[in-house]
Design a protein around this ligand. Structure first.
Ligand SMILES: N[C@@H](CCC(=O)N[C@@H](CS)C(=O)NCC(=O)O)C(=O)O
Length: 218
């Protein structure tokens, strides 16, 4: 049986974005059943036992008979190799799908997080106010470039792959901004990805424990 480690609860700002979501979505697309192992923020992350599974104390961790993996991108790739829904078999198409997986995590996500950090998480800090214009400029540049690529396309390549799964998961981080709405090609692409039944199921499954384990309101 496959096991995915996720957080029992996170603050609303992070709900639906925690990276076990990408793994859950990939598993749903691949039609693979899994069980979740829920851990708490803090102590559970710091335990020696957990650090042996995830050196940085983060989620997700993926366990399968005889194999433990961390890093959501590597996990999604591992799952994608098991399913043609996520990864074409033809070698060139496979290489292109993997290229887009890296592009999502390496060329898009750092700029998107840099912006969201100053726009949302640290918005009231003086340093964040100073940093915001240049972070916005860098994020917008990447978004514009991706929007140009997406014009007239349904998916990043000629069919849905794990590249789209990761790219749309990264675009989702901007959900509290108007940056996607300002780029209709990207907004339509995000919606197309999120309309997939596997996405909906994975999201509901990540959110369920958050409702169950929500701390009592002060
Ligand atoms: N590159 C890692 C990042 C994992 C990561 O940032 N996990 C976050 C949740 S999305 C986490 O566990 N944060 C808690 C912490 O860093 O203490 C991956 O993709 O798996």
């Amino acid at each position: 049986m496959i096991t995915v480690t996720a957080f029992r609860w996170v603050p609303p700002l992070a709900q639906g974005l925690v990276r076990d979501f990408r793994v859950r979505w990939a598993l749903e697309e691949a039609g693979l059943r899994y069980q979740e192992k829920l851990i708490g923020l803090g102590q559970d992350q710091a335990s020696e036992e957990y650090r042996r599974q995830q050196p940085f104390g983060q989620v997700p961790v993926y366990e399968e008979e005889g194999l433990t993996l961390f890093e959501s991108g590597a996990i999604v790739l591992h799952i994608a190799e098991k399913s043609e829904v996520l990864m074409p078999r033809e070698p060139a198409a496979r290489a292109r799908a993997i290229t887009w997986m890296f592009a999502a995590l390496n060329s898009m996500e750092p700029h998107i997080w840099s912006f969201v950090a100053v726009d949302s998480f640290f918005a009231n800090e003086e340093w964040a106010k100073l940093r915001r214009p240049s972070a916005l400029q860098l994020a917008e540049k990447r978004l514009d470039e991706l929007a140009t690529w997406m014009k007239g396309r349904e998916w990043l390549e000629d069919r849905f792959t794990a590249g789209d799964l990761l790219m749309s998961s990264v675009l989702r981080i901007l959900r509290n901004t108007d940056l996607l709405a300002a780029r209709p090609a990207l907004e339509a692409y995000r919606q197309r990805c999120e309309a997939r039944p596997a996405f909906q199921k994975a999201l509901a499954d990540q959110l369920a424990p958050f409702a169950k384990y929500a701390p009592p309101k002060a």
